[in-house]
Write a protein that binds this ligand. Structure first.
Ligand code: BJW
Length: 244
């Protein structure tokens, strides 16, 4: 039995499943990853210049415009076969009564668009906007302001994503960690495993005795510890891994 076969059998019979995804799963939908040398968003921009509250306070226009550009890009793309395979995995798990949780670091909403329902967004969602001071959600804003102001309190609007140095959404990490500590199989897809605390989740699963499957185009710090490492593109491997 090769690794794909063995991993497929483990997934099909798992008593419970946690899937964690990163930017790699959306790469084949046309969304640049963060750290890939040639195409990563931050090969052109330094993250510390854009994805922190300090950066936003220093240059609110540049940060707002960068996220506006990315939001537009996200709204113009569709889920790929990798996203759809994960939604199918959730349906198959539900059909046999196995608990399932998808934990995504992505802010693009493509898992929901593919039909995933049981999911936790660790780093927020770029399609939502809230105000900087009070977190008031905003559904519309003045398009000619960069950034616009909150209608409720007048503070700047910002994307509802988690920047470096910020806490994750309340309860998000706790739900993900509890599921990781109690799963039979943990499937980790398209993440470099460099950003904490998300990167700790496969380690939590391994310590609890779960089988860990990694799908990634490149080796990561997890690769040597995974039960099965499946190198390649998520959009090609996941449909084969989740074949009925
Ligand atoms: C493919 C593919 C294909 C390509 N198929 N694969 C412990 C130790 C050290 C530091 C810390 C620590 N704990 C916390 C920190 C600080 C910090 C941190 O982790 N820093 C590191 C850089 C070291 N963490 C935080 O600040 C977090 N908050 C926190 O811990 O709060 C508690 C706290 C608060 C205050 C003080 C102290 C503690 C928050 C982290 C927020 C991360 N936010 C971002 C931006 C979101 C908004 C936005 O979109 O702009 O989230 S950063 C960015 O990285 C984004 C991603 O979700 C995240 C992870 O990236 P990901 O998904 O792994 O993407 P890449 O590009 O890195 O990797 C892509 C992978 O795909 C590659 O492996 C490719 O090979 C692969 N691939 N194509 C399959 N087709």
């Amino acid at each position: 039995m090769d690794d794909l076969e063995a991993a497929r059998a483990a997934l099909a019979g798992a008593r419970s499943i946690v899937v964690m995804t990163g930017a790699g799963i959306s790469a084949e939908s046309g969304i640049p990853t963060f750290r890939d040398a040639m195409t990563g968003l931050w090969s052109r921009f330094r993250p510390e210049d854009l994805a922190t509250e300090e950066a936003f306070r220093r240059d609110p226009r540049a940060v707002w415009d960068w996220y506006a550009w990315r939001r537009e890009r996200v709204e113009g793309v569709a889920p790929n076969p990798g996203h759809r395979a994960i939604a199918r995995l959730e349906a198959l798990a539900a059909a046999r009564g196995a608990p399932f949780l998808l934990v995504t670091q992505n802010v693009d909403g493509l898992h929901q668009a593919a039909g995933s329902a049981r999911l936790v967004e660790l780093h927020g969602n770029i399609r939502r906007v809230k105000c900087l001071d009070a977190g008031h959600p905003a559904a519309r804003w003045a398009p000619d302001e960069h950034p616009p102001r909150c209608a409720a309190c007048g503070s700047w609007l910002r994307p509802d994503v988690v920047w470096f140095g910020e806490m994750l959404p309340e309860g998000a990490f706790e739900s993900a960690a509890a599921a990781a500590a109690d799963c039979g199989v943990f499937l980790c897809v398209g993440t470099s495993g460099l950003v904490e605390p998300a990167a700790s989740l496969p380690r939590v699963a391994l310590r609890a005795g779960a089988r860990v499957i990694e799908v990634n185009a490149e080796p990561t710090p997890l690769t040597a510890h995974a039960s099965w490492s499946l190198p390649g593109k998520a959009g090609e491997i996941l449909p084969a891994l989740v074949a009925e």
